[in-house]
Ligand binder design. Structure first.
Ligand SMILES: *[C@@H]1O[C@H](CO)[C@@H](O)[C@H](O)[C@H]1NC(C)=O
Ligand SMILES: *[C@@H]1O[C@H](CO)[C@@H](O)[C@H](O)[C@H]1NC(C)=O
Ligand SMILES: *[C@@H]1O[C@H](CO)[C@@H](O)[C@H](O)[C@H]1NC(C)=O
Ligand SMILES: *[C@@H]1O[C@H](CO)[C@@H](O)[C@H](O)[C@H]1NC(C)=O
Ligand SMILES: *[C@@H]1O[C@H](CO)[C@@H](O)[C@H](O)[C@H]1NC(C)=O
Ligand SMILES: [Zn+2]
Length: 515
């Protein structure tokens, strides 16, 4: 057996010393790391005394929840599909902290896919709702009498279907499956290809749209949506909407402008009930599969509505799966003309392909003067475009869970957001279609980004900067931003005190949990 004598120890020490690092090495190493810390999103924020205490609480729980994964990577939930760990996230202390955190604004959401499926099921209890149910398809319509539209089975009142099912709870849980992609015990979504996921996603969208095209239900839908966002500590929303027509029970159709008025009226009612809520602006959208003339008409409509209700309209965007849709270049003539009086918030680079037209949409979004870019997932692969984004200060609307569910990324550690955060790019976190995957309005996206994507060192400063970015890069005018900053700052102070004083986050509880 080899024995450590005093002599061998001395020799080891001498040889270690002989191979010792240069004096200034550690200093240089420290300096490089410090530079990176300052460059990253949140790096320039100084925390006050209370914030530092809250940060200690946050970081202690963060390390506790993550550190096992460094040794047992198979326990690392964020490298699995969101659906596989979704039901457990509420137990996380970090999640609970982020839930309470004021998050500022949500700048990238689609109007029909914001509300949780449980609430949509509740809306099916409204009178006069008929369903046409075939094998795996569901159409809904409110009507005084049986709808005349063709149905491959038979139009039936949902209330009758529910009653005759004999088990309303089971009926509702079947119904709910049409309103969300989330399946608690479903197949492994990581093996579903991107086009198949998008087809299912579009199907969910059409069912929901058929439920909320009825004016009284749309009013309830919108109020309930605002409530959910408000309860997730969001005080302002920019909503993408196609401005589809609504109908009344007797079949009367409203024009597209009517929906803008409805958004405005219901939001005003909500603000009356919740004075700290700042409001809503709309980004009018058109599907990218449509013709240049249809996009032209949509731009014209946007212009007309903006002239009438300037506070309500932020701008214009094209939506739908980019990989298989028309590239922005197809619409250049109409988009170039409209850019003088309509702001663009274009989806671009929501693709995993490189060098395709979807990937190159990023070029056109930048050249067309897009105020922000929706997703910009492909941006890290384009150094020149990245410089342009930095120079023009174009915010990137990143929707992490959307990218997982819609099959762009499987292990979120590889999400480009990690680089955007490290480089200190103007990033805002958003949730795209939280209703379509039964996520909370924004907490889940913040949580996954913070735990699964950002640096292990990222802390409360990054979270605060992301919330502040959502205000800075919003389409609010200065006065609105000021009000939002004030509301945010007041709520932030309350949040910080709350985290410090809440016993459930305290060290005592923490130690007890370790046993
Ligand atoms: C992980 O966290 C636990 C709980 O705080 C702690 O006891 C342990 O030392 C940590 N392990 C590592 C590797 O940091
Ligand atoms: C990860 O997910 C598993 C089961 O899905 C759950 O039991 C566990 O608590 C989760 N871990 C964390 C850190 O959230
Ligand atoms: C539900 O069905 C039962 C018979 O199955 C009937 O007696 C009852 O009136 C129905 N209720 C409603 C609300 O339609
Ligand atoms: C909105 O409110 C105004 C004023 O109360 C009213 O005249 C208008 O009809 C309402 N429009 C909608 C769509 O609710
Ligand atoms: C643009 O919209 C206005 C108002 O909706 C309408 O009167 C006009 O005809 C439209 N112009 C074109 C060229 O479509
Ligand atoms: Zn989107």
């Amino acid at each position: 057996m080899y024995k450590l004598t005093a002599y061998t120890i001395a020799c080891l020490l001498i040889s270690l010393d002989a191979r010792s690092v240069p004096d200034n090495y550690n200093e240089e190493r420290r300096a490089l790391l410090d530079e990176e810390t300052i460059t990253a999103v949140g790096g320039k924020i100084n925390l006050n005394e209370d914030e530092n205490k809250a940060n200690d609480v946050l970081m202690r729980w963060k390390m506790r929840e993550l550190n096992d994964s460094y040794i047992n990577p198979q326990h690392f939930n964020f490298s699995k599909h969101y659906f596989s760990y979704k039901k457990d996230i509420e137990d996380s202390k970090v999640y609970q902290i982020i839930r309470r955190m004021p998050k500022g604004a949500v700048l990238h959401v689609h109007s029909s896919l914001m509300l949780h499926a449980d609430m949509l099921v509740k809306l099916t209890y409204e009178d006069h709702l008929y369903a046409c149910h075939t094998y795996d398809d569901l159409k809904l319509q409110f009507s005084e009498t049986t709808p005349e539209r063709p149905c491959q089975s038979k139009w039936t009142l949902v209330s009758d279907m529910r009653n005759s099912s004999g088990d309303p709870a089971a009926f509702d849980s079947q119904l709910k499956k049409y309103f969300t992609l989330y399946r608690e015990d479903g197949e492994d979504f990581n093996f579903v290809d991107i086009n198949t996921v998008w087809q299912r996603f579009n199907k969910v969208y059409y069912v929901i749209k058929s439920l909320i095209s009825y004016r009284p239900v749309r009013e309830k839908y919108w109020y309930a949506t605002l409530e959910q966002f408000y309860n997730d500590n969001i005080m302002y929303i920019e909503v993408r909407t196609g401005l589809h027509g609504l109908y009344e029970l007797d079949g009367t159709q409203h024009d597209k402008k009517y929906l803008v008025e409805l958004f405005k009226n219901v939001t005003n009612k909500f603000i009356e009930d919740h004075p700290e809520f700042i409001g809503v602006k709309l980004i009018v959208t058109k599907h990218r599969a449509l013709s240049i003339n249809q996009v032209f008409d949509a731009l014209n409509l946007t212009r007309a509505v903006k002239a009438e209700m300037p506070d309500m309209i932020a701008g214009f965007d094209l939506v739908g799966q980019e990989d298989i849709g028309r590239p922005l270049t197809d619409f250049l003539p109409v988009l170039s003309e409209a850019r003088n009086d309509i702001n663009f918030y274009l989806h671009a680079g929501e693709t995993a392909w490189l060098g395709t037209s979807a990937d190159e949409n990023l070029v056109d979004a930048i050249l067309l003067g897009s105020k922000r870019i929706g997703h910009g997932y492909a941006l890290t692969k384009h150094p020149s475009l990245m410089s342009a984004v930095i120079k023009k200060d174009i915010a990137l609307e990143v929707n992490v869970i959307s990218n997982v569910v819609l099959s762009l990324v499987h292990d979120v550690r590889n999400h480009p957001l990690a680089s955007y955060l490290a480089m200190g790019l103007p990033v805002v976190l958003s949730s795209d279609d939280p209703g379509a995957w039964s996520a909370r309005p924004l907490t889940d996206d913040f949580f996954v980004a913070f735990m699964g994507i950002a640096s292990q060192r990222a802390d409360l400063r990054m979270l605060k900067q992301l919330a502040l970015n959502s205000i800075t890069y919003s389409a609010l005018e200065d006065e609105g931003k000021d009000r939002l900053f004030k509301v945010f700052s007041k709520r932030w102070d309350t949040f910080v005190k709350d985290i410090i004083s809440d016993k459930s986050f305290s060290e005592i509880d923490f130690d007890r949990n370790i046993d």
